[in-house]
Design a protein around this ligand. Structure first.
Ligand code: MTE
Length: 302
């Protein structure tokens, strides 16, 4: 993971994704990337471990999505999400919090320091990507709204509006989509609210205008197009756990040793690669997050 804060990034430095990819492809074709020759300064931050963790193409990140509010096919969200209006947008801060309130999104975002975070993204369906998100630590927002001492969990609720999200007219999932985190997971510095990718505003199909990203968990934990953040004493329900409790738990930590009942989680297909690769414990972030689960049985808490 490589973090750059706004003072380092001039907008003139941000390379449009197409240019970036043409350039990378060109370099790869020339054999530079493979030979490990230092790449010239590019507009987007590359993950520290280079080689196997190169960002997935903008095209794939924005055209291979799970967002059932716009259809269940991988290409449906890109085709259909134009009906979503990410502005104006209101976010309700509710539950165990000093000042429950509804905020205009831009007021809520104004004090936040948006930075680039290049994260591995591992879907429970055993495919993965590397995504250069733009966002800010969820902890910064939580500190601003001051949860009470009773808050032990945070719940995220997606917009419910079948006009904007036509897939909600079908009962494929109970709407709205809901997810939740334990407070220490939500406060962890790796957990971000994404508002963009590749230096651009978040496309609708990726969960505009705000999408919670928890890189050591399966992608389904990351609720998209959030309208409510609620602090709770009790563990919130989460949509996939409600639909199929024996297949999807509350924790959903990436774990190559605990298979999904219908498929193995030991390996994954990185979009754009030919061969599958081994899945890493906590998606490769174990050194930073394993302590959150010390003493827990991860087979039971899947
Ligand atoms: N959020 C909502 N509201 N609806 C969804 O269908 N799908 C989840 C998650 N968040 C989903 C959602 C799943 S299964 C994944 S893998 C990620 O979003 C996909 O995020 P991406 O399209 O930005 O890669």
């Amino acid at each position: 993971m490589l973090i750059r804060r706004p003072p380092d990034i001039k907008s003139s430095e941000i390379t449009p994704a197409e240019l970036y990819f043409n350039r990378r492809r060109f370099l790869a074709a020339m054999g530079f990337a493979a030979a490990g020759v230092a790449l010239p300064r590019l507009g987007v931050a590359l993950p520290a471990r280079s080689g196997d963790d190169e960002p997935t193409s903008y095209e794939a990140i924005t055209h291979y999505n799970n967002f059932y509010e716009f259809g269940t096919g991988k290409e449906d969200p890109a085709a259909n999400a134009h009906t979503l209006r990410p502005r104006p947008w209101t976010v309700e801060i509710a539950g165990e919090v000093a000042r429950p309130a509804r905020y205009d999104l831009d007021d809520l975002l104004r004090p936040m320091r948006v930075e680039e975070r290049v994260y591995r993204h591992r879907c429970v369906e055993a495919w993965s990507m590397v995504i250069p998100w733009m966002g800010f630590p969820l902890a910064d927002l939580i500190n601003r709204v001051q949860p009470t001492s009773r808050a032990r969990y945070v719940e995220f609720t997606t917009l419910f509006d079948p006009e904007q999200m036509p897939g909600q007219r079908r009962g494929v999932l109970p709407w709205p989509y809901v997810e939740g985190l334990r407070m220490d997971e939500a406060m962890h510095p790796l957990t971000i609210i994404a508002t963009g990718l590749y230096g651009r505003p978040l496309p609708n199909q990726n969960g505009a205008p705000l999408h919670v990203v928890i890189p050591w968990k399966y992608g389904f934990k990351g609720a998209k197009s959030i309208v409510r953040i609620r602090f709770m004493e009790r563990q919130p329900a989460n949509t996939w756990n409600v639909v199929a409790p024996n297949e999807y738990g509350f924790y959903a930590n990436v774990n190559p040793e605990v298979d999904h009942p219908r498929w193995s989680q030991a390996r994954e297909r990185r979009i754009g690669d030919f061969f599958r690769r081994p899945t890493l414990m906590f998606n490769g972030y174990a050194d930073q997050v394993a302590s959150l689960y010390a003493g827990m049985d991860l087979r039971r808490n899947y």
